[in-house]
Ligand binder design. Structure first.
Ligand code: PGA
Length: 256
């Protein structure tokens, strides 16, 4: 059974106190109303870098909640003022790192070639990468969305060995759905997730494809998560806005 994941990407939100409060609320709620232990579900919280260590410490006793960084730098170490390395992230206890979020691609000009370097550094430092892909609105309208996503996956990930690739989580996040309140329909999500799984299968074979966790992201919320997660190739979500509200995030976790 492949792993199901609900990951909360806080982006650049919350003060330290607010962040700690949010994590405590999520923890308490999941104690009162636990997740189904048979389901192989992982919960990931992705706060800004500066909160990673204290939040990770707060979660030390949890068997299924992990932390992720929202990014890492594309070089190992050295004179890169203001940047944070994969090794640093690993050293504070985070297990995952989001790589290639569309906001990084758009606002920081991150290319697939640069992202491939980040993927390598994440894996070399024992972090599980959550690799984001997804088309822009004009690409959806021009019907090139399958090609766009295939290229992002090919150029960012397919240099990896099968063993290395099996540590990667893929997040399909159509850019037109992020923060817009306009989520992909369950049909659109399933169609793309199935396509991605096939692309992975062509490269690495059926077993690895069947075991790859593919998350949906883009205006996924407490109301639509159940319908989205009900699809056979949608293995959970990467949640932005709705991960900032404990009740909504927990409801999404209970949507499998
Ligand atoms: P959203 O963001 O849920 O606020 O649309 C998702 C994401 O950017 O990961």
């Amino acid at each position: 059974m492949r792993t199901k994941i609900v990951a909360g990407n806080w982006k650049m939100n919350k003060t330290f106190e607010e962040g700690i409060q949010l994590v405590k609320e999520i923890q308490q709620s999941l104690q009162v109303n636990p997740i189904n232990a048979n389901e192989n579900i992982k919960v990931i919280i992705s706060p800004p870098f500066v909160f990673l260590k204290p939040i990770n410490d707060l979660l030390a006793n949890s068997s299924f909640i992990y932390t992720a960084a929202q990014n890492c730098y594309s070089e190992e170490k050295g004179a890169f003022t203001g940047e944070v390395s994969a090794q640093m992230i690993q050293s504070v206890g985070a297990k995952y790192v989001i790589i290639g979020h569309s906001e990084r691609r758009a606002y920081f000009n991150e290319t697939d070639a640069l992202l491939a370097k980040k993927i390598n550094l994440a894996l070399a430092n024992n972090l599980f990468p959550i690799y984001c892909c997804g088309e822009r609105l004009e690409e959806r309208n021009a019907n090139t969305y399958f090609d766009v996503v295939k290229k992002q996956i090919n150029d960012g990930l397919f240099h990896l060995s099968a063993e290395a690739f099996s540590k990667v989580v893929i997040a399909y996040e159509p850019v037109w759905a992020i923060g817009t309140g306009l989520n992909a329909t369950p049909q659109q999500a399933q169609e793309m997730h199935q396509f991605i799984r096939n692309v992975v299968k062509e490269k690495y074979g059926k077993q690895i494809a069947d075991n790859t966790t593919i998350l949906y992201g883009g205006s996924c919320n407490a109301k639509n998560a159940k319908e989205l997660f009900a699809n056979p190739d949608v293995d959970g979500g990467l949640i932005g806005g709705a991960s900032l509200i404990a009740n909504d995030f927990v409801q999404i976790i209970h949507s499998f």
